[in-house]
Design a protein around this ligand. Structure first.
Ligand SMILES: *[C@@H]1O[C@H](CO)[C@@H](O)[C@H](O)[C@H]1NC(C)=O
Ligand SMILES: *[C@@H]1O[C@H](CO)[C@@H](O)[C@H](O)[C@H]1NC(C)=O
Length: 477
């Protein structure tokens, strides 16, 4: 509908129409028929559509400049934060409840006290600004991203462009521990022959990317915007990586523009639920796993199925139901209370890292993360006031008919790598993933780690990304 905006980005798109089809087409009607048949035989791709998310009617001309952005500390905002933290009205937890009822408020007191008295936001901002940040306007929205090139490359080597997409309740900052490993592999003992140039955007409505002002901003829209971003930056082909929403968004991008995607690496694969085959494989898998293409490790991770998947998923997905239905109500509370926001978000960093952490008084938060890293992510939500818009993404995505959306039934044909972390919310055996991801180049049972893999186990994840790219490019390791 707003195809004039596509005009900005068109030059870098290369459509893979069969060249052989061009000549006969010129020869007349018969040629046209041949051409039509050849085009029809192209693999199906996801309809990209178009959008406009600023207030009001679409503008005729969009500013396509890419502008440097530096995060600044605002003392007014810090004073406001301190006042709110000082006035927190804590609840008292039930005896012996650890993290079973949600974030334990005795521990919340400690976190808030650290935040108020010891956390040094100035220092964290310096760290955030260590990488170059930019903003550019796409479909009416200011899109924020960082772009990190390797400082030095061995002679004759090119950096592979890699778009990394975060999820909820994360941010671009989740990637700060893995970026050095991927851009300077030789410095950190990884394979020196494979370095990446990282493009790491904030999903619109998250952190420093502007929130959509109109309804309907879903995964397809995010994928399209990131595709346009990559074109604007001059990348015609690139790798993709994501978990959580990042996994959905990068998968959609691969379905939309497979010709631009060299490979897709996921640390959480979404596959359509159910189906007769999956039911059979569930029933038989426990007893004769080999018959349904499951390994011992799949069995360990899947069974007892009800306990590990159905019940755990129900217990852990209440937030999703709220966010997919009435995000603005709870959003009003979280946007007003930094302590409440921290409890809501950090509970996920506890339980999604390891479900056993629910049994600990402190949620095990600092077993895998530093409080500085965790609070930096919270600050990104707090200062940008983006918690509500981040939650709305659930509502826009889980529309009534989402199970039947074209993306769900469409295969992904680009080379795909799956890193299966043992504490991920749901285990997907390779045999299930194959139904959707038709070309799995690598599938790894990761030895440890959970949902926030990039922040929790950066080295394991970085090595698996390298491993995947070696497979895709058929290079010796
Ligand atoms: C929403 O997310 C689910 C789960 O990832 C996915 O199956 C579905 O296709 C998404 N819907 C849209 C409209 O992108
Ligand atoms: C699958 O991906 C590999 C690269 O990992 C590629 O060489 C191969 O041609 C692809 N196969 C299909 C059927 O597309």
């Amino acid at each position: 509908m707003w195809s004039q905006f596509l005009g900005n980005v068109r030059p870098a798109v290369h459509e893979h129409w069969p060249k052989s089809a061009l000549v006969p087409a010129a020869l007349g009607v018969g040629g046209a028929v041949v051409c039509w048949m050849l085009l029809r035989s192209r693999k199906k791709t996801l309809e990209m559509g178009d959008g406009w998310w600023a207030l009001g009617a679409p503008q005729q001309r969009e500013d396509t400049s890419v502008r440097a952005f530096t995060l600044e500390v605002s003392d007014t905002e810090i004073q406001d934060l301190y006042q709110r933290l000082d006035r927190t009205r804590f609840i008292s937890p039930l005896e012996d409840s650890q993290f079973h009822y949600g974030f334990n408020s005795i521990h919340l007191k400690r976190v808030v006290s650290y935040w108020r008295n010891s956390f040094e936001w100035h220092k964290q901002v310096e760290l955030i600004n260590k990488y170059p940040h930019y903003k550019t306007t796409i479909e009416g929205l200011e899109v924020h991203f960082i772009r990190v090139k390797p400082a030095h490359l061995p002679p004759g080597q090119k950096a592979r462009p890699l778009l990394m997409v975060h999820g909820w309740p994360g941010s671009f900052y989740e990637f700060y521990r893995i970026i050095p490993l991927l851009t300077e592999p030789s410095k950190y003992g990884l394979n020196p022959n494979l370095a990446f140039e990282i493009i790491c955007p904030s999903i619109p409505g998250y952190g420093f990317s502007e929130a959509p002002h109109k309804k309907g901003f879903n995964g397809v829209a995010a994928a399209r915007i990131f595709y346009k971003l990559m074109l604007r930056l001059g990348f015609g082909e690139f790798y993709l990586q994501g978990g959580d929403w990042g996994s959905l968004i990068t998968t959609l991008l691969a379905q939309m523009k497979p010709e631009c995607v060299t490979g897709l690496h996921l640390n959480m694969a979404f596959v359509p639920k159910g189906g007769f085959g999956q039911t059979i494989s569930l029933l038989l898998g426990r007893y004769v796993p080999w018959l349904v293409g499951m390994t011992r490790e799949d069995v360990n991770r899947l069974y007892p199925y009800f306990e590990k998947n159905v019940y755990a998923l129900l217990r852990e997905s209440g937030y999703m139901h709220i966010q997919a239905t009435k995000p603005d109500s709870v959003g009003s509370a979280l946007n007003d209370s930094p302590a409440g926001l921290a409890a809501y978000i950090l509970e996920k960093f506890s339980t999604w890292t390891d479900p056993e952490f629910r049994k600990l008084e402190d949620g095990g938060l600092e077993r895998k993360y530093s409080l500085d890293d965790l609070l930096t992510n919270i600050m990104i939500y707090w200062l940008s006031g983006s918690i509500t818009s981040s939650m709305r993404f659930y509502k826009e995505n889980f529309t009534r008919d989402f199970l039947y959306s074209p993306a769900n039934t469409m295969a992904v044909r680009v080379p795909t790598g799956i890193a299966s972390f043992p504490c991920e919310l749901m285990h997907v055996p390779r045999s299930w993933a194959k139904g959707k991801f038709r070309n799995i180049s690598s599938y790894t049972y990761m030895p440890r780690g959970g949902h926030f893999a990039a922040l929790e186990e950066p080295e394991l994840l970085a090595r698996d990304i390298q491993h995947f790219v070696f497979r895709v490019e058929k290079l010796g390791q």
